[in-house]
Design a protein around this ligand. Structure first.
Ligand SMILES: Cc1cc2nc3c(=O)[nH]c(=O)nc-3n(C[C@H](O)[C@H](O)[C@H](O)COP(=O)(O)OP(=O)(O)OC[C@H]3O[C@@H](n4cnc5c(N)ncnc54)[C@H](O)[C@@H]3O)c2cc1C
Ligand code: FES
Length: 507
């Protein structure tokens, strides 16, 4: 038995479990949390099924537990992963109270949701669903359709050459060389056949006829649908760099892009990253982990200032400088001649290659061709339905009515894309569920993860609770008295509580 963690099979006293309390212990060598909600007791696995976040440090809200790392939410009753980024359920155990002692008994057999297959062809129920886009939103939607018992035809069409992958990893551990190749796929290869999901890779949809309910691929294949989800994500902004050859310039969006950068990095000693965006800076950190000299060139005065303000931006710049990144701020690249990279202030850098991380644009060409209403993205209603009935949109392309800010917003966050995919899937099945999640994203720089809940495009005050220098703080972005967003560093519980407060305010 672990010296600090009680053996839950031997029982724990009720005094240790007040209402809302949580105890971390072990059962047959596995770490388990026991939670009390009034007079009910639950026992589930102690590690999140996303990246194994410690749920004992998470937040219990009613009969759910939220993960401290990226805010996945699990049902304590069933173990089900109710909200992404976790997709798989937690194992759970039976709990028995005998007088004033709570015992954790055997592991429950079934943790997967048991849903009766939907009757296909019933009023309003689709028989053929097509998802365009094999990314965060597309995979989460396909997964949820099957979890909800949808038994009809399900096609997931992706222009990528690889199956849906953990895109955030492509600029972090995978690029740094600390994640294995097989960690990157969101699902193992056999998953698609087991769930009867027809995964069509390397396939670009070139047109959608929303009246005839048909999609056409670039190679002429076409498919009918009753309902569809368009989740085409975003494309990196491509900058013309005078003098540079295509072989010198790298972008990062796909698994193939990340692999290409790694292959090139193997023989490189110096790299120029253009753009001090989240992706540009994460690339800088990962290349530093490979021992490469990195210069970041960006027109901004301070990295990330537009999204996180100058204090957090300065902290992030200093953090990268401590790890050896050299910034050339207020500069742009004017020309490349062989290895020589000339900047707007006439200084010259030496580089084996360049990575351009200067932002993305939502991939709306297809939606535009289909005649869907656009407004700097694809316009959707609170149910994520586009202007065409039966056609839903989710992820980086979707601009939705956010009940928290009262504005129509579009964001580029992994967790939002997955959650929108999940809600769209339920609405394809006729649920009429509003998408009202508080936006959340995280970004990783060396050992520092920044978690951000809410949405602040502009604010009139920034309040810092704690200290950025000490890497222990919560930064609140306010307009008037209202907290629009909260960024935290090593304050995971505070981030979860801020999320819950925003959910309650926005209802
Ligand atoms: C390197 C990197 C790191 C990131 N890190 C983070 C992070 O740490 N935290 C965070 O919150 N967010 C992060 N993001 C952003 C996050 O990955 C995106 O917000 C998310 O992937 C959006 O999901 P999506 O489903 O809308 O689009 P995507 O995941 O991009 O998927 C779009 C899919 O559509 C396909 N497609 C496009 N057009 C067509 C077509 N015409 N026909 C067929 N298929 C098509 C593409 O091939 C792709 O499969 C990162 C992004 C990148 C690139
Ligand atoms: S580790 Fe739990 S949400 Fe990522």
């Amino acid at each position: 038995m672990d010296a600090e963690k009680p053996d839950l099979k031997a029982g724990i006293s009720l005094d240790q479990l007040p209402d809302g309390g949580l105890v971390l212990g072990t059962v047959d060598g596995e770490e388990v949390i026991v939670v009390r909600q009034r007079n009910e007791f639950f026992a589930v696995g102690a590690h999140c099924t996303h990246y194994h976040g410690p749920l004992a440090e998470g937040l219990v809200v009613d009969d759910t537990v939220r993960c401290p790392w990226h805010h996945a939410c699990f049902s304590l009753r069933t173990g089900e992963a109710l909200r992404a980024p976790a997709l798989d359920p937690l194992p759970r155990w039976l709990v028995e109270r005998v007088n004033d002692v709570v015992f954790v008994r055997g592991k429950s057999a079934a943790t997967e949701k048991q849903t009766t297959p939907r009757v296909m062809g019933a009023a309003g129920m689709p028989t053929a669903v097509v998802i365009v886009g094999g990314g965060a939103a597309g995979l989460a939607a396909a997964d949820m359709l099957r979890r909800e018992g949808y038994a009809g035809s399900l096609m997931l069409i992706s222009a990528d050459e690889s199956p849906p992958c953990d895109r955030p990893n492509l600029s972090k551990d995978y690029l740094a060389g600390t994640a294995q190749e097989d960690w990157v796929a969101l699902r193992p290869p056999e998953y698609y056949a087991e769930r009867n999901i027809e995964l069509v890779l390397n396939a670009r949809v070139t047109s959608i006829d929303v009246q005839k309910k048909r999609v056409v691929l670039g190679d002429g294949r076409s498919y009918q649908f009753d309902a569809m989800l368009i989740a085409t994500g975003a494309d990196p902004v491509r900058l013309p760099v005078p003098g540079a050859t295509d072989a010198q310039i790298y972008y990062l969006r796909t698994f193939a892009d990340s692999r290409a950068i790694i292959a090139r990095a193997m023989s490189a000693t110096r790299v120029v990253v253009a753009g001090a965006s989240f992706i540009g800076l994460e690339v800088a950190a990962s290349l530093r982990a490979r021992g490469i000299e990195v210069h970041v060139v960006a027109p901004d005065r301070t990295p990330l200032e537009r999204v996180m303000g100058s204090q957090v931006g300065t902290f992030v710049r200093e953090l990268h400088e401590q790890h050896g990144v050299v910034f050339h701020l207020g500069q742009t690249i004017s020309r490349v001649d062989g290895r020589k990279v000339s900047l707007s202030d006439a200084s010259v850098l030496d580089a084996d290659f360049l990575v351009l991380g200067v932002g993305v644009r939502p991939s709306t060409t297809l939606a535009e061709q289909a005649g869907l209403a656009l407004d700097r993205g694809v316009v959707v209603d609170e149910y994520l339905q586009t202007s065409a009935p039966g056609v839903f949109a989710a992820g980086d392309i979707a601009r939705w009515p956010d009940p928290h800010s009262g504005e129509r917003i579009r964001v580029e966050h992994w967790v939002v894309a997955e959650r929108q995919g999940q809600v769209a899937a339920r609405n394809i099945l006729g649920r009429r569920e509003r998408f009202d999640a508080v936006p959340f994203f995280w970004s990783q720089h060396y050992d520092v993860s920044i978690n951000y809940v809410g949405h602040a495009e502009n604010w009139d005050a920034v309040e810092i609770d704690g200290s950025l220098q000490a890497k222990d703080c919560a930064v609140t972005y306010k307009r008037g008295k209202r907290a629009l967003a909260v960024a935290t560093i090593f304050r995971d519980a505070q981030s979860l509580k801020a999320e819950v407060a925003m959910e309650r305010n926005g209802k």
